[in-house]
Design a protein around this ligand. Structure first.
Ligand code: FE2
Length: 270
């Protein structure tokens, strides 16, 4: 199996194994079920930074007669400066660190260096290096795709009719849902993420938060996520997290959210 296909289906399970070694292990060959081991074909693949589906800012893009400037970037709700640094520096760092962690492990596997393998597994388990950077790559890849410039049709909740029905059934109204989600985001202590999720078994919606770069795992499928790390807002909003959250409701990509809710997005390409 190629790693790009492997990731979305098995990396969350792999990450779960790191926090809960008793969880079901990967289907790849594992010599010791109590220790997580990457599949050998990881050696052939490298993770890459995904391109944004919009521009960093309204001034960095070419003139287009048919599309206004605020239909091409997330400004004014997220500044071009934040977007450029967040994507090209922070997310790139998660990708680089993930590649380094994977490469070290694969090298030890290829050289049949059992001592190095055990050392790396213990280091990965103890420091969560793979979990942290793998989660960062997954979370940010989901985040970029569930945002859209404010003046696009995708930014209108009407773009998600089935999801809107489910939200109203669960939370009473769209505003009730927004209030509850906003409360969860602002209640996060330290760095983390807020997610609208669907339970894959019960189909029920839910609002959850994850710490640091922990991704949504297990029976929960992410519909959309909001990055609540300071690097996501501080250069523009300073300590005013409320204004950041208020603003981000204008740039949720409801079309993507509907696709994830209806399971029509397929495998996340990483
Ligand atoms: Fe981030």
């Amino acid at each position: 199996m190629q790693l790009s296909a492997l990731l979305f289906t098995q990396l969350p399970q792999y990450l779960l194994n790191l926090t809960n070694p008793s969880a079901t292990p990967l289907s790849a060959s594992i010599t010791n079920p109590s220790l997580p081991i990457l599949p050998e074909d990881m050696a052939e693949t490298r993770f890459t930074l995904p391109a944004l589906p919009y521009a960093y800012d309204v001034s960095s893009i070419s003139f287009d007669f048919n599309v206004g400037p605020f239909e091409r970037a997330l400004e004014p709700y997220i500044s071009g400066q934040i977007m450029r640094i967040h994507h090209s520096k922070h997310h790139q760092a998660y990708v680089n660190n993930l590649n380094a962690a994977a490469a070290n492990h694969v090298r030890a596997l290829q050289e049949n260096d059992l001592h190095a393998q055990i050392n790396l597994q213990q280091a990965m388990y103890c420091t969560s290096r793979f979990k942290f950077n793998g989660g960062g790559h997954i979370n940010h890849s989901l985040f970029w795709a569930n945002l859209t410039p404010a003046n696009t049709s995708q930014a209108k909740p009407e773009s998600a009719p089935k999801l809107a029905e489910a939200i109203s059934a669960k939370y009473g109204s769209y505003s009730g849902f927004k209030d509850e989600f906003t409360g969860a985001l602002l209640g996060l202590q330290g760095s983390g993420w807020g997610w609208l999720v669907k339970n894959k078994k019960t189909e029920q919606l839910g609002i959850v938060t994850t710490k640091d770069q922990d991704p949504v795992v297990g029976d929960l499928a992410p519909i959309f996520g909001i990055d609540m790390w300071e690097h996501a807002y501080y250069l523009q909003y300073f300590n005013d997290k409320t204004s950041y959250v208020d603003g981000i409701w204008n740039i949720i990509n409801w079309d993507t959210a509907e696709g994830r809710y209806l399971d029509r997005c397929g495998t996340l390409k990483l």
